[in-house]
Design a protein around this ligand. Structure first.
Ligand SMILES: *[C@@H]1O[C@H](CO)[C@@H](O)[C@H](O)[C@H]1NC(C)=O
Ligand SMILES: *[C@@H]1O[C@H](CO)[C@@H](O)[C@H](O)[C@H]1NC(C)=O
Ligand SMILES: *[C@@H]1O[C@H](CO)[C@@H](O)[C@H](O)[C@H]1NC(C)=O
Length: 301
């Protein structure tokens, strides 16, 4: 039998570091898509307690649709669950990995209301992280993206600060592919870095009703190592007729995320989104986010 002090030592070694928080994760490409799983592993390795609740299959471009999950007939994507497995289910040995036979917003709702509290003795998630989406979600596509829809459900309906990640390298892959392609590792490293930055900035992690819409460029050419990438504060939609943006980079107009994506130089756009309508937040909340991220941001040349 193990002596009690040894048990205590092991428990202490396994306890998350002080900065670890409770995170609910979702996406729209499905619970078994590689990108969301690599990020799940990276967030756990960083000390966070993570619950993944995502659609049973690809539900891209379903926006904020939210309907009660129905029983499945066929297997989940990539044969990741057997046929006729019910309306929701989880990995047999990892109850924190859950599929929901419905939309992204429904899935994250289930993670927030059911899976998280069940595994965390009733406690709610403190942050929502969606994606990385397979493919970008820029400007108009933000409106139909399920990855953004899930983030907005968390931020607007559940009051949980949310970050939506999307990656321009758009090759799909199953959760168990080996070796894990570099693009998935780099996106997970970058998403974890921004998540940790927001966590380190303290509560409230984001202003009320705000989500961050983050788009990574392709992992190729000169942009293959996480250290190659640079973070740019941006807008979702053009601001032609909007009031001035927060003063930053000698300007009172932030670049659009589309213009950031069009530049060479490994630039990541970080837009301050309004979770109530998926447009750009255009008020004092911009400065609050800028102050949280300031020392990791650069200006476009
Ligand atoms: C379920 O979890 C086990 C143990 O971590 C893993 O080996 C397996 O690939 C997972 N399957 C799915 C579909 O998540
Ligand atoms: C992935 O990254 C490793 C380490 O940087 C590198 O050696 C390898 O060539 C990369 N693979 C591809 C396909 O780019
Ligand atoms: C990325 O770059 C850093 C710093 O140059 C280096 O230490 C690290 O090994 C590189 N990672 C990979 C996967 O090549």
């Amino acid at each position: 039998m193990m002596r009690p002090n040894v048990v205590v030592l092991i428990a202490a070694a396994l306890a998350p570091p002080a900065h670890g928080i409770r995170i609910v994760q979702s996406n729209d490409d499905g619970w078994a898509e590689l990108y969301v799983r690599t990020l799940n592993s990276a967030l756990r390795a960083a000390g966070h307690a993570v619950v993944l609740a995502a659609p049973a299959e690809d539900m891209s471009a379903t926006g904020s649709r939210d309907e009660p999950p129905a029983p499945r007939a066929g297997p989940c994507e990539y044969a990741s669950c057997p046929p006729r497995a019910g309306p929701v289910g989880s990995n047999a040995t990892r109850p924190d990995l859950t599929w929901v036979n419905s939309f992204p917003a429904t899935s994250i709702r289930y993670g927030i209301d059911s899976v998280g509290p069940r595994l965390w003795r009733g406690a709610a998630p403190e942050l929502a992280v969606t994606g990385p989406n397979v493919g970008t979600n820029l400007w108009l596509s933000v409106l139909i993206s399920g990855t953004v829809g899930a983030a907005c459900f968390a931020a607007h309906d559940a009051g949980i600060p949310a970050i939506a990640f999307s990656g321009a390298s758009a090759q799909r892959a199953a959760w168990d592919v080996s070796p894990v392609p570099n693009r998935s590792i780099v996106y997970a490293q970058l998403a974890t870095a921004l998540t940790n930055k927001i966590v380190a900035s303290g509560k409230p992690y984001l202003p009320e009703d705000v989500f961050l819409n983050v788009n990574f460029p392709k992992v190729e050419g000169a942009c293959t190592n996480a250290t190659d990438f640079k973070w740019i504060l941006s807008r979702i939609n053009p601001g032609t007729f909007s009031r001035p943006d927060v003063e930053w980079c000698d300007s009172t107009r932030l670049p659009t995320e589309l213009s950031v994506a069009g530049r060479d130089g490994c630039y990541i756009s970080v837009s301050i989104g309004d979770a109530s309508d998926k447009t750009t937040v255009n008020d004092g909340r911009q400065k609050v986010v800028l102050d949280k991220l300031r020392d990791m941001l650069v200006c476009l040349p």
